[in-house]
Design a protein around this ligand. Structure first.
Ligand code: SF4
Ligand code: SF4
Length: 144
């Protein structure tokens, strides 16, 4: 499954754009997080990998900004097991093992759309990286 971040503006927020795409393409979408108000917002969704290109294109045609969130990585060399990230993660994607090392669950993590742990880590041991690489801007990012 792949993850994409859908951003809607003030004009688009009242339109059922994601629902229209789901129905038109018969693609299951799992909503992982949504932060929306009357001014617009962001929805992080999970879709099958082989549908990503056509779903991104369909959303883009409707004027929506779509990007692929970066993944989160923990540098165990820098981590000193303070537990701040564990306490703050909203989806329990980080835990401390019995030997106090950080255990990170990529399947649960919301990626760079969240980044709470990145900002909270006093050791700067957590960073956002593109899914296959080194922290630079993801080249699959697509905007309307
Ligand atoms: S980015 Fe957010 S969801 Fe992912 S591990 Fe950090 S706090 Fe948890
Ligand atoms: S906040 Fe940073 S130093 Fe503290 S446990 Fe998490 S990764 Fe390690």
């Amino acid at each position: 499954m792949g993850r994409i971040l859908i951003r809607v503006n003030e004009e688009q927020v009242s339109e059922p754009i994601a629902s229209q795409v789901i129905i038109e393409y018969k693609v299951p979408m799992v909503i992982l997080s949504a932060h929306i108000n009357s001014k617009g917002g962001e929805i992080l969704v999970e879709i099958p990998d082989d549908t990503e290109d056509k779903i991104v294109e369909a959303l883009r045609k409707r004027g929506v900004t779509v990007s692929v969130p970066k993944s989160i990585e923990v540098d165990s060399e820098k981590c000193f097991s303070c537990g701040s990230c564990v306490a703050l993660c909203p989806v329990e994607a980080i835990s401390l093992t019995s030997d106090s090392s950080v255990q990170f669950d990529k399947e649960k993590c919301l990626g760079s759309t969240c980044s709470i742990c990145v900002d909270a880590c006093p050791a700067r041991a957590i960073k956002a990286v593109k899914p296959n690489g080194n922290g630079s801007q993801n080249n699959r990012e697509k905007k309307s």
